[in-house]
Unconditional design. Structure first.
Length: 601
């Protein structure tokens, strides 16, 4: 049971993607004594999702708790990518401070701006941790100066600009107040949290108020609510009132009360104002609503979450290969899965269309929607998705579109082509910084639609040596049309199996997405043409026996390596008259006209 008089600090970890949030939490956990002496300590313990571990990013906010000097420190590890901003905004509402992590080499990046802006808007006073100082070619003091410039630019008040900062390494497991001091552990960071993060404000003697900030689901407990107790106390089997967004009230019972300890949720009997807890017992709940005392129900202010900026159409698969590789293939199964996602993914929106086989799905960006698609295909779902489209809005009578901040870190020789390509996409350059290592950092404001399909172009322009990151900035008046260049595609002429002989004969037509032995169907996109128009080719043709050469001559023939079509690249690549076919085994590009004509046996 969590003691009533227990000292508490609630803090969120915020940062740009790959600046070391999860690794730093690993160090705090390992040095807090929550693991037994003989227990193997995992890495990236907060990234429990398979996709999080594979991609090295945090997608879902995670809660943990450590005790230092008789003070319970509740830590929330938040996503760094703007596509998962819905997670960031919610958890900042249940903490009293935040730890902003900045890479000592890269300094503030687009998502640093995004998460810091959200924290400052909440009135939080961040502690800045300059991470990865044990790497080569770092300038930690310059990183601090850049962070201060960003604070000022984002309108931080004098108190927020007078931030505490430390240097260290999450991977190395140490923190220190300045670069001259030696340190071997995280003690300076723990001490800084106790000094600079205020204890939670809340009166345990007032009526209960708990705001729902995160939703989870368990097959055993059903819907799980995670939030902070703002006032009062909460205990198991207690009657409580759920105050809905529209002001209506529904009385239920707290069937399960869970606290956070290390990496586990543990059943507790009671918790008080300031604590972060998980509860079960309410099903029809939404983010931002309030669990309150049934006798004196009073709602907390609703949490505002940024609206989706990108939409796609999810469609039941109707290609010639439909139903051959998936476990869940019907419109009912697709609909049920999408609506189940809404139970925990607050930044997502799903709408019915005039067709029972099509669903409009809106999210915060290509990564946000791409993670959903990849998760579903791993679960056994088979479906199709359309080209991503930005969501336009009417603001003060004007047609407006989302604009993003884009930062490129590229070799100097790629600067010209990148500026030219982005100029064609209505981008405005804001800043340009040259470093001593032959690289240049460019910052742009660019319409979200201008970024669709840009990544592949960027990789080619920088020969794979460029780094790009972007985040939502604001809605602006629509900037008009722009010329998006993409060559035509190579399309399979018939159904069959691609042969080496046919692929070799047509190799001069473009670059392939497939290799010999790949099963194809008529209308399936198998490569990119060297010219602007689409071209159908026969890639299933076999060599005539009368035209055989010796085996030695055959071995001398080689094909260029095909372009690897990942899910992210495919989403950026497809055009308005094309679809992406997604199954547990395959990712295929196809023309809309490539439909199944006969039922598969």
């Amino acid at each position: 049971m969590i003691a009533k008089a227990e000292a508490i600090r609630n803090i969120a970890i915020i940062a740009h993607v790959d600046h070391g949030k999860t690794t730093l939490v690993d160090a705090l956990l390992s040095q807090s004594g929550i693991f037994r002496d003989n227990e193997a300590i995992p890495t990236c313990v907060m990234d429990s999702n398979d996709l999080e571990r594979e991609r090295g990013i945090t997608i879902l906010s995670k809660n943990t708790s450590v005790v230092y000097k008789n003070t319970r420190i509740n830590i929330v590890d938040t996503p760094g990518h703007a596509d998962f901003g819905g997670e960031v905004e919610r958890v900042l509402g249940m903490v009293d401070g935040c730890l902003l992590i900045v890479d000592a080499n890269e300094g503030p990046m687009p998502q640093t701006r995004f998460v810091l802006k959200k924290a400052l808007e909440k009135g939080l006073r961040p502690i800045v941790f300059v991470n990865k100082i044990d790497r080569a070619r770092v300038d930690p003091e310059l990183a601090v100066d850049k962070v201060l410039d960003l604070f000022i630019e984002l309108g931080a008040d004098d108190d927020q600009c007078d931030f505490t900062y430390l240097f260290g390494s999450g991977l190395g497991g140490f923190a220190k107040p300045d670069m001259k001091t030696d340190s071997e552990d995280m003690k300076p960071l723990f001490e800084s949290i106790l000094r600079n993060v205020p204890p939670p404000v809340g009166d345990p003697n007032k009526p209960l108020q708990l705001q729902i900030t995160t939703l989870d689901y368990s097959d055993f407990l059903g819907r799980i609510i995670i939030g902070r107790v703002h006032n009062g106390s909460i205990y198991q089997n207690q009657k409580a009132a759920l105050i809905k967004e529209n002001g209506t009230t529904k009385v239920g019972k707290i069937s399960k009360l869970l606290g956070f300890e290390g990496l586990q949720r543990k059943e507790i009997k009671e918790a008080f104002a300031g604590n972060i807890v998980a509860i079960a017992g309410f099903d029809d709940v939404n983010i931002g609503e309030t669990i309150a005392c049934p006798n004196e129900p009073e709602a907390l202010p609703l949490i505002k979450v940024d609206e989706p900026t990108l939409s796609m159409t999810f469609v039941v698969n109707d290609s010639p290969f439909a139903g051959l590789e998936g476990k869940f293939v019907t419109s009912r199964q697709l609909r049920d899965r999408l609506y189940k996602e809404l139970l925990t993914n607050v930044a997502l929106r799903v709408d019915e269309t005039d067709s029972p086989d099509r669903f409009s799905v809106c999210g915060r960006g290509e990564l946000h929607l791409g993670i959903l698609i990849e998760t579903m295909r791993r679960e056994g779902y088979e479906f199709q998705v359309s080209q991503p489209e930005v969501i336009f809005r009417t603001i003060d009578g004007n047609d407006c579109e989302p604009v993003e901040t884009l930062v490129l870190d590229i070799p100097e020789e790629s600067v010209g082509i990148c500026i030219e390509n982005l100029g064609n996409r209505k981008a405005e350059m804001q800043n340009m910084f040259n470093s001593n290592d032959g690289r240049t950092q460019l910052e742009f404001l660019v319409p979200s639609r201008g970024l669709i399909g840009f990544r592949g172009e960027f990789i080619r322009a920088t020969k794979g040596e460029g780094i790009m990151s972007h985040s939502f900035y604001e809605y602006r008046k629509t900037l008009g049309e722009y010329n998006s260049k993409r060559n035509g595609v190579l399309i399979s002429f018939e159904e069959g199996v691609a042969t080496f002989y046919a692929l070799k004969n047509a190799e001069d037509r473009g670059q392939y997405f497939i290799k010999p032995g790949t099963k194809v169907y008529k209308g399936m996109i198998i490569g990119e043409n060297n010219r602007q128009q689409d071209l159908e080719i026969n890639i299933c043709k076999t060599k005539q026996l009368t035209n055989m050469r010796s085996s030695g001559a055959e071995e001398l023939d080689t094909l260029q390596s095909p372009i690897e079509i990942t899910l992210e690249r495919a989403l950026e690549y497809i055009g308005p008259d094309e679809m992406l076919e997604v199954t547990p085994e395959s990712i295929r590009l196809r023309k809309l006209s490539a439909k199944r004509t006969t039922k598969k046996k």
